[in-house]
Design a protein around this ligand. Structure first.
Ligand SMILES: Nc1ncnc2c1ncn2[C@@H]1O[C@H](COP(=O)(O)OP(=O)(O)OP(=O)(O)O)[C@@H](O)[C@H]1O
Ligand SMILES: [Mg+2]
Length: 227
């Protein structure tokens, strides 16, 4: 199993966002997470990608614990493991979060260059390969302001794929897109799943869920159920 979430809970101060959230996802699966505004969907994705630390429960990615329940509290993976496990899961933000002062290639290469595990040439090759795969060939020198919403979305997807993740999370991937562009994004997501990446999509867009979801999980009242 690629991702196993068990009894995960998260509060902000005295307010519990969710508790006892458990689900698992296999490689290549496309799972949509629905739920009303404020139910904790973004918070769940932020916990999966270590932008927030859960209060309890566990998250296991490819048989390694990112967070582990420990005497009622939570223990984060050791510093050495954390970076590697963290790279297994990418997040495409709702607002794309591209760096506006960097061109497309620089946006893609920033994190891998920082990690300094592969040569600059390899990293650039990977970036060019992803841009080609996503129909963005020749756009490496463009700045985010020169791109359409759909193109920015693809750059954000390419950036999330730079480190060869086994899980990709999308927060409201279609909210800024028209119908045609939505169709292109679902094709891209399907092809990523076809490369064995497990896909988690948080969305309000029921038409998109119908189009793409293999499984649907709903967050409601601080927990989840699968329908
Ligand atoms: N950093 C934070 N500090 C305090 N409360 C927070 C923080 N982040 C989120 N919350 C609260 O947690 C709850 C869940 O928020 P979250 O953004 O996860 O909801 P959501 O399901 O993604 O909603 P939407 O569909 O509107 O995006 C909300 O009540 C929100 O106010
Ligand atoms: Mg949200």
């Amino acid at each position: 199993m690629t991702l196993i979430v068990e009894n995960l809970s998260k509060s902000f101060g005295a307010t519990s966002v969710f508790s006892n959230v458990s689900f698992s996802i296999e490689k290549g699966e496309i799972v949509c997470i629905k739920g009303k505004s404020g139910e904790g969907k973004t918070t769940l994705l932020r916990c999966l990608t270590t932008l927030e630390t859960p209060d309890g429960g566990s998250i296991k990615i490819n048989d390694r614990y990112l967070y582990k329940e420990d005497n009622g509290g939570i223990q984060t993976a050791s510093k050495d493991n954390l970076q590697e496990i963290r790279q297994e899961i990418g997040l495409v933000f709702q607002s794309f979060n591209l760096f506006p002062h960097m061109n497309v290639l620089e946006n893609l290469m920033l994190a891998p260059n920082f990690l300094n595990k592969r040569s600059k040439e390899d990293i650039e090759k990977r970036a060019e390969e992803l841009l080609k795969q996503l129909g963005m060939e020749g756009k490496g020198d463009s700045y985010p302001y020169q791109l359409s919403g759909g193109q920015k979305q693809r750059v954000a997807i390419a950036r999330a794929c730079m480190l060869y993740p086994s899980i990709l999370c999308f927060d409201e991937p279609t909210s800024a897109l028209d119908e045609d562009t939505r169709g292109q994004i679902s094709e891209i997501i399907r092809s990523l799943a076809g490369q064995d990446i497990a896909i988690i999509i948080v969305t309000h867009d029921n038409a998109f869920v119908d189009e793409i979801a293999e499984r649907v999980i709903t967050m409601s009242g601080g927990t989840i159920y699968e329908s």
